[in-house]
Design a protein around this ligand. Sequence first.
Ligand code: ADP
Ligand code: MG
Ligand code: MG
Ligand code: MG
Ligand code: MG
Ligand code: MG
Length: 688
Amino acid sequence: MGLLSQGTPLAWPESRKLNEHVRDNGVLQLISCYNAAKERANDPFLWGDEIEYQMIRIDDEKKIAQLALDESEVLINLGAEGKDHLRAVKNDVLFHPEYGRFMLEATPLRPYDGRKLSDYIYVEKNMAIRRDVARKEMTDREVYPVTMTAFPTMGCPNFTYPEAEPNGRASQSLFLPDEIINKHVRFPTLTANIRKRRGQKVDINVPLYRDEYTDMDHLDSTIPKRDLFPSDKEPFQGAAKPGYIYMDSMGFGMGCCCLQVTMQPPDIYQARYVYDAFVNIAPALLSLTSATPFFRGHLADQDVRWNVISGAVDDRTPVERGVPALEGHNPRGGAADDVKLQRIPKSRYDSVDQYLGDLQPSHVNGSANGHANGHANGFSKELPDGTAINESPEIYHYYDPSLNDMKTPINKKVYKELRKNGFDHQLATHFAHLYVRDPLVIFTEKIDQDNGAETDHFENIQSTNWQTLRFKPPIQEAVPGNNNTPGWRVEIRPMEISITDFENAAYSVFTMLLARAVLKYKPNTYISMSKVEQNMEVAHQRDSTTNGKFVFRVNSFHGQDQPGQYVELSLDQIFNGYDGFEGLIPVTRQYVSETFPATTEKDKEDLDKIDAYFKLVSERASGRIPSTAKYLRDFALSHPDYKHDSIVSDRMNYDIVKLMARLDNYDHKLLPKFFGDELSDWLVKHGY
Ligand code: ADP
Ligand code: MG
Ligand code: MG
Ligand code: MG
Ligand code: MG
Ligand code: MG
């Protein structure tokens, strides 16, 4: 996340009165940014990653591992405005606060230059420095920053250090104390306002892994019967389901760690094109990086964090979700009486709903890069919600509006305002969809803003729409030629965090080189949005990495104008290729060999490392080595303490954390099983 505003946040009943104010002004801010930056061209391909850590206190005497709540100050001090900022700068790294008080986010100080081979090699080194600086900053020497998606026993008795009671007013959770929430007022307010807008607590039900003695028939007996808040009744009114792991608080989702990468394509057109190209690569990346087999002390029958975060911030009222309210709850949740509610199919944290459209710059009218098949024929006659529109058609390259087949709701007022101000249909639709949401946290000090110079109202809505991809517009200062401020960026957000820096670097570097290959070869990867939706579901299935079938458009990266075909492919076929498709790794390899000639010894060494990164992606996709989720699940299933009842004990949790801490140190004994013999040998030979 970016910088945190200081100030006084409004509680929901006050905040909701300003919903329209924030949206109206947010849109004006967006328009001023768009007008300033739309003509930017030839921006350098810069990029950067974000790594998140859980700060875990390991007690080797008691053999327990707990989430550490007392280290957050130090790390905020290392952030852009902190008092130890210079120490971070000296190390070329930057730290950012996250939702959890036990969490930490770190990025490179400056973005990498995607045109330089050496910068792709520097990524892993920078990640290692971040881990090292963070570890050294811990005041408690037993606390380690671990790149783990979800803490296995989060929400079980005494899972924090120091221990805290789950009795907080912000979340009202039966499992998570409010003390796990970042101390900055934004975060408890966000937690409370989501709950209040929704009209009840969030409820997340993850399918339980079925083992010999797993109780699939009764409500989980570890759900406390408490009488502190009226919401305590909710799990017994139908919010919790037998056979599922029930979670009731934002922290279960926003307490998960992930890997994100942001890139800056040369201009808005190429940003839109590469965004669209990754829409259907996103579910494959989620599956490839699967790392989350445990939630709230249970083994789950899925491998990823995504739907848990989605549920954890789902502020939709029952009417918006299209479900009956729990007994005694208002179907309109915390919406004001005079607000018209519409059906909204998905949470604000979910997969992309809208293609941006690969609009062609007007001066080349569909003939960019020598393809002359720009077409205006597929122009949609209606808005995503079914309303007819009557506007002149736009010229797209591959995109056809019928691909946006999800009937996504939009904010019509916003759509009209954007169209009036020069936004094309797809771009206006994208933002008008984000603007069906309410702002969740408003600071009194930030109500009145200069729309020509500020972007807080715009960002308020933009940054609380958490999709698999984020299209990041520049600010008003980003006029053509001003390279001191970023241009149009695309963020890739589906990936799970991996245990080692080697893996996190491999996935970051691979996705960015793939993006470069996409921008160079211009393949047509479009499939209908409903199929992307289906792929997201597949990515959630246990062992989807090896068994999942994903709908993919097999269209040559080099024979651009073929229509392409939808085929169901395994991750192996998508990444490694087969006789019907080149494969994402081979085309990325080709891009690398065309772009970075092995001239010097240093180049050769660097390319050998890139090769090791490709190897990791390839081996995971093929199933020759286990996904992180499978590796961890198998470890739990064969743990001497495990009773074949799908329960993760404190001792199992400790051993899982220890295992991960040994792996992130590249313990040679563990490498062959985790990475396979070939990569393990490579790592050992290269001094890991
Ligand atoms: P957020 O949490 O909103 O995604 P962060 O600041 O945490 O934002 O991370 C943004 C990432 O984008 C960082 O890795 C940063 O290095 C990178 N970045 C910064 N400027 C640019 C740029 N001009 N182009 C591409 N990436 C950039
Ligand atoms: Mg983050
Ligand atoms: Mg961030
Ligand atoms: Mg963020
Ligand atoms: Mg408390
Ligand atoms: Mg980010």
